[in-house]
Design a binder for this molecule. Structure first.
Ligand code: ADP
Length: 472
């Protein structure tokens, strides 16, 4: 099958979170399984662009309302990522290093989508499926079906994967002039609650929709930032496919970022060595349990609870536990977490920013990974943690329910809690600390067990293939 993945992120070209990881891995594993998967994304000006070789594949001209612009499609020459990678450039819109966060993001998303469809219209053949990731490319299924100019392409099947339904790309109707001329009788298929809603439009118009775990799909029917009724109505074409992890990048046996490689047979000895290196770098005590948090410092991840939860743990258990935080996001949370490094020197530290290499060292060196998320569509951190023998401490929500079992259950390997609250986090911390000091045998059993769990992409690739085949 020829599959086109449309996305704003793809690791290692440009990544802001899990979306990048998934789009960097899924096409590679689909190619390995004998399919022809391609990724098409904007030409963000990241390091990857300058360090790889490119050929110009196509040059075209398209418009957003009255503004006509030239766009260029380039292709990576050496197939470095294991699949064909195409980047679309529009001068003045997509030529930036940062992926999101601009006042003209709506134009950027539409410019990219319009250029892609315009380019596709010049192809001599049609792909088997266009796989759209998140709302940034959510207007494509509608445009293919209902924009007069592209009516030839209306029979190409589309799939939408929702990595996060909190963000929907709302735009007012006064901005509808930016879309290519469309059948206005179908305007309702762009709309939700009075606005143009690209995510809702994608749910309505894509042939099949999936989220990145089953439990999150269920959750969306009663908690999806306003789209609950839509998910209830469209449930017939919706499903859940759990993300995998890319073991070429995330495997402690081969990871180039970590100090000492290890597998399930050497985890106890070598994890401690990684922990010692990490603790040395951050002035922590390697004899105490090390709990880490890695992620965006935003409400969705319940990062606002971290300062209070860590401070409470420090006061009640100081001398018995270490914390290390890596993340960036809300400036107030960043500030609080940074301030606390002075108060709890020697037991707590924080690195504010985005640091891929350090994240690997933390998965390898930590004993526990804390994820109190309020919303977690799938969550990759806990799966990386498991692969590195680091016990996940997670709130029971979304993909965390589907991937982590509590140590109180038969053969369980994680610590689960119900509420995103300081109280529940404290309780989880005390269970973790108790496990570390008082039940080393169970901890060793859990580590070995979770490292052997197969969360690889092969399973999910087959499930996506089944979705594509159901479109025929
Ligand atoms: P989301 O996509 O909602 O941010 P996921 O759990 O799906 O959450 O994916 C998060 C990914 O981003 C993981 O690969 C995680 O290691 C990485 N990550 C998040 N914040 C940072 C950071 N500050 N530095 C390095 N990696 C980070």
């Amino acid at each position: 099958m020829e599959i086109i993945h449309l996305s704003f992120e793809c690791y290692p070209v440009a990544k802001a979170g899990g979306l990048g990881d998934v789009v960097g891995a899924l096409p590679k594993y689909q190619t390995k399984a004998g399919h022809y998967a391609k990724v098409v994304m904007p030409m963000h000006r990241t390091k990857f662009l300058n360090t790889h070789e490119w050929d110009v594949d196509f040059k075209g001209r398209a418009n957003i309302g009255n503004w006509w612009f030239d766009y260029t499609v380039i292709k990576e020459r050496n197939n470095t990522l294991g699949f064909d990678l195409f980047l679309i450039d529009i001068n003045g819109l997509l030529d930036r290093e940062q992926i999101y966060g601009f006042a003209d993001d709506t134009q950027r998303y539409i410019g990219f989508q319009v250029s892609f469809i315009n380019w596709l219209d010049h192809w001599e053949h049609k792909p088997d499926v266009i796989h759209c990731h998140d709302y940034h490319v959510g207007l494509v299924p509608f445009m293919l079906k209902y924009c007069y100019q592209y009516s030839r392409l209306g029979d190409i099947p589309t799939v939408l994967t929702i990595h996060n339904a909190q963000y929907q790309g709302w735009m007012g109707w006064d901005q509808s002039f930016m879309l290519p001329t469309y059948d206005t009788w179908k305007g309702g298929l762009l709309e939700w609650s009075g606005d143009i809603n690209p995510l809702a439009s994608a749910v309505k118009n894509a042939w099949k929709v999936n989220t990145v775990s089953w439990s999150y799909m269920e959750e969306l029917r009663y908690n999806s930032n306003g789209l609950e009724a839509l998910f209830e109505y469209e449930r017939g074409k919706c499903s859940g496919v759990l993300n995998g992890i890319d073991t070429d990048v995330w495997d402690p046996a081969t990871d180039k970022f970590i100090d000492v490689n290890y597998d399930a047979t050497t985890v106890d000895k070598n994890k401690q060595k990684n922990k010692e290196a990490l603790c040395k770098e951050f002035n922590l005590d390697p004899q105490k349990p090390l709990i880490v948090f890695i992620g965006r410092l935003v409400g969705e991840k319940a990062a606002d609870l971290l300062p209070d939860a860590i401070a409470s743990a420090m006061y009640s258990m100081q001398g018995y536990v270490n914390f290390l935080v890596l993340g960036s996001g809300d400036p107030h949370i960043e500030w609080q977490l940074k301030q606390m490094t002075q108060t709890f020197k020697g037991s707590y530290n924080a690195m504010i920013g985005y640091n891929e290499a350090l994240s690997h060292k933390m998965y390898a060196g930590a004993d526990f990974l804390l994820m109190p998320s309020r919303v977690e569509p799938c969550g990759l951190n806990q799966m990386y943690a498991m692969k590195y023998g680091t016990v996940p401490m997670v709130r029971s929500t979304g993909g965390l329910i589907d991937t982590v079992t509590d140590m109180g259950e038969w053969q369980g390997w994680g610590i689960r809690f119900m509420q995103a609250s300081v109280g529940d986090i404290m309780h989880a911390i005390s269970r973790a600390v108790g496990l570390y000091y008082d039940d080393k045998k169970t901890l060793a059993r859990m580590r070995k067990h979770m490292m052997e769990i197969d969360n690889s992409w092969e399973k999910s690739v087959q499930q996506y293939l089944n979705i594509y085949l159901s479109l025929k």
